[in-house]
Ligand binder design. Structure first.
Ligand code: ARG
Length: 444
């Protein structure tokens, strides 16, 4: 069955076409629902381009003025919500240009001189991503401040440190939380690095090979706050590694948050009992009245799935794409917008949740006390005081731990004679090494 086409062809490239696209073609081609988020950047870049066209005498000053004023009006219409985004105009670039034409007439068509949507979209998208990097960095710094306050407050709050999720050695809550501060610090510098690398301007590359018009790419780059124009026009319109790098930054940050979220989930169980989340950051159960669930933490943990998925999605789109621009690349924005939103939301949630959490310090200390967390200290004492090879000290301490287990007591509650039955040279000085505070201090 053949589809009947509407008779009018497309306003932007209708010259070569006799028929309008089918409805499904219009639908699959349109990206306006997603890329309308680029409107500010699109107008900003169009203004810079227009100013350059005037400066280079490619269009007349009066024409440039009309275009700039028209763009201002479009901006205010979008801002105040009166602008109507239309699927038939496909994307943000053509929606804005067609409205500009309604406002200022045919002179609007001059704006696209020496420009293509290919360099236009790459420019808009880079401007957007650069701004998003700034917002993310602010949010990371905000969460780091929460962690820093908690770390300082709990500098001496003893808790068990785990390996394999088994009690390993005593640490402090401050040290534990500071580990996350450090991870976030790397997330921050990673985004700063991403910002630096993306800050080259694609504008002026046109469709792929540049233009015969005497444009000034340095000028537009400077106007838009880029460090310089990109050096290769084909690369300029087809590079999306900046977007994938940004997606990786979001995924890595989300992944770090998900590790803390997981710990909060464990710690808030009655079995651990290390923390109670504030009511504001918990939910109840509709059937089990006793429940207080750490939903925000669970969702932060789960959102990693989408953050990782978005990275893989765009990498899959870009894999094996020939140079230069391909329409496939239109599928780049949804992933980046969504990952940005998710990363912001997760950082806000973790800031609120951690900032209002109530830690149960006595319970944490007891857990360190109960788990033979000072066994390494005991082995180290044997090495230091009896000049034993560490492997032997490890073996003897293992026997002593087994003994304590049999007596259901802690290491420091064992009788000296019982320990001496295992290693006769042990003196009661060994008890000095078995306090949690000693163990933590000796490892500062
Ligand atoms: N909406 C398009 C995108 O996001 C803009 C570029 C279109 N270029 C083209 N040659 N059809 O990629």
């Amino acid at each position: 069955m053949t589809k009947r086409h509407k008779t009018e062809s497309n306003a932007m490239w209708g010259g070569r076409f006799n028929a309008a696209p089918s409805d499904v073609m219009t639908q699959i081609n349109a990206s306006i629902d997603i890329d309308q988020r680029l409107w500010k950047q699109d107008i900003e870049a169009s203004k810079a381009h227009c100013q350059m066209l005037v400066k280079q005498s490619i269009i007349a000053e009066t024409e440039g003025k009309a275009i700039l004023e028209g763009l201002e009006q479009v901006a205010s219409e979008i801002e105040n919500g009166s602008f109507v985004f239309k699927t038939e105009f496909e994307d943000i670039h053509m929606n804005i240009e067609s409205r500009l034409k309604e406002i200022i007439g045919d002179v609007a068509g001059k704006l696209h001189t020496a420009r293509s949507r290919n360099d236009q979209v790459a420019t808009d998208f880079k401007l957007w991503t650069r701004e998003a990097c700034g917002v993310l960095i602010e949010k990371i710094v905000g969460f780091q401040a929460v962690l820093e306050t908690l770390s300082q407050e709990h500098e001496n709050s003893i808790m068990p440190g785990f390996t394999h999720l088994q009690v390993a050695q005593p640490v402090t809550l401050g040290m534990h939380l500071d580990a996350y501060w450090q991870m976030l610090s790397r997330d921050k510098t990673r985004i700063q690095d991403c910002t630096k690398r993306l800050n080259d301007s694609p504008l002026g590359a046109c469709a792929l090979s540049g233009t015969g018009f005497p444009t000034d790419q340095d000028y537009t780059a400077k106007q838009l706050g880029f460090d310089q124009p990109m050096s290769n026009n084909m690369d300029a319109v087809s590079a999306r590694d900046f977007a994938m790098e940004f997606l990786f930054c979001c995924a890595q940050c989300g992944l770090n948050l998900s590790r803390l979220a997981e710990e909060v989930i464990l710690w808030s169980t009655p079995q651990f009992g290390f923390v109670t989340l504030s009511d504001e950051w918990s939910t109840g159960s509709s059937i089990m009245p006793q429940k207080k669930n750490p939903d925000a933490a669970e969702l932060v943990r789960a959102k990693t799935g989408r953050l990782n998925g978005n990275l893989i999605q765009l990498m899959t789109v870009m894999k094996a794409l020939p140079l230069a621009y391909n329409k496939d690349m239109q599928e780049d924005k949804a992933a980046v917008f969504e990952s940005f939103d998710i990363a912001c939301l997760c950082l806000d949630a973790m800031s609120g949740m951690m900032g209002s959490a109530n830690f149960h310090l006595a319970r944490m200390r007891d857990a360190a006390e109960d788990g033979y967390a000072t066994a390494t200290e005991m082995a180290d004492w044997l090495v230091r005081n009896l000049n034993m090879p560490f492997r032997d000290a490890h073996h003897i301490t293992g026997k002593i731990v087994k003994l304590a287990e049999g007596q259901s007591c802690r290491l420091d509650q064992l009788d000296l004679v019982d320990m001496q039955a295992i290693a006769p040279q042990i003196t009661d000085d060994i008890y000095n090494s078995l306090t949690l505070e000693k163990a933590v201090q000796s490892r500062r």
